[in-house]
Design a protein around this ligand. Structure first.
Ligand SMILES: N[C@@H](CCC(=O)N[C@@H](CS)C(=O)NCC(=O)O)C(=O)O
Length: 306
């Protein structure tokens, strides 16, 4: 979605492609994957709010990385609210134009940079299938949030009272602010009921089972034999859950093999994982320790399906 008349004075100054993102955020990983599929590789790292001429410059065939640390809560700032009114990553600027919503950005990059289409408009049946799967992926974003915050982040991502007040004030007029506010209210007060968490976990398991069935016919990608936006959104959903110990290998072998195929692509290795390896390893170690003690996401899921 292109944002008309963005508030931030930074936007108009940016040349080439600048991505406001966080290495561990699945929504930003979707866009980084697409950028690399389009032959645009990661270039300079600059502060997200840097406005000097050298930082604003673009470079051919690369994108400028403007990291917004979710861990340091840099997204809950007035400066970032002027860039991304919903206070989430990613946001992409291309030659002074601001785009938000990760899957809309993927579609934008597809149009702007050509190459093998990620949005298969040329084939109506394929397009309908890829769109339906993408929509299901979007719907499940909330479920991923509930499950990964609980198992992956625990208290680490909680907001202080002051940060929660800041979040509410900054999102007062945002179109899509209510979801983030109500999620943090429950999460910060430890008042998300177990039943809500389990409902989200079951929704995810049943969605992954559907994908497992799809892949039974030996297809390479989720919608057939070409990579589409559907593979992007589902693979990035899978990254974080894998890190949290979700037992994909034990439950869904064809889905796991599909994910491994995707994760071997340079766009995945460089675009998605490039600078995410440290945090990814920390998540995996945490999951392994939990598994050692017979707790954690793996045993929780296996208990529910057997
Ligand atoms: N619909 C948005 C969702 C963006 C979103 O939720 N981003 C997450 C990271 S995956 C975020 O920035 N969360 C901030 C927070 O949880 O405080 C998109 O697809 O771009």
């Amino acid at each position: 979605m292109k944002v008309e008349n963005p508030k931030s004075p930074i936007i108009k100054k940016l040349e080439g492609i600048h991505l406001f993102h966080y290495d561990a955020a699945p929504c930003a990983q979707r866009v980084r994957f697409a950028l690399h599929e389009k032959g645009l590789v990661r270039g300079r790292e600059v502060k997200f709010n840097a406005i000097d001429a050298a930082s604003c410059r673009g470079e051919d065939h690369t994108w400028v990385s403007r990291k917004v640390s979710l861990a340091k809560k840099e997204h809950l700032s007035e400066t970032y609210a002027q860039i991304q009114p919903n206070l989430v990553v990613p946001a992409l600027v291309h030659d002074g134009e601001l785009h938000i919503e990760s899957m809309d950005i993927v579609a934008y990059l597809d149009e702007a940079f050509g190459g093998s289409p990620l949005v298969p408009k040329h084939d109506p049946d394929l397009m309908a299938d890829a769109q339906a799967l993408t929509n299901l992926g979007k719907e499940l974003h909330r479920s991923i949030r509930f499950v990964t915050f609980r198992w992956g982040l625990r208290g680490l991502a909680r907001l202080s009272n002051k940060e929660e007040r800041q979040l509410k004030a900054l999102l007062k007029n945002a179109e899509d602010g209510e979801q983030l506010i109500s999620f943090y209210e429950g999460y910060d007060n430890h008042s998300i009921p177990e039943s809500v968490y389990l409902e989200h976990l079951d929704k995810l398991t049943s969605a992954f089972r559907q994908q497992e069935q799809r892949l039974q016919d030996g297809r390479v990608f989720l919608t057939g034999n070409t990579l589409t936006m559907a593979d992007i959104i589902w693979a990035m959903k899978t990254v974080r859950l894998m890190e949290c110990g979700y037992p994909f290998g034990a439950l869904f072998p064809a889905y796991t093999a599909w994910y491994e195929r995707l994760s071997e692509r340079p766009s995945f290795r460089e675009g998605v994982m490039g600078k995410h390896t440290l945090m990814s390893s920390a998540f995996r170690v945490k999951a392994q320790i939990e598994q050692f003690f017979g707790i954690g996401l793996k045993s929780e899921v296996l208990k529910r399906v057997t």
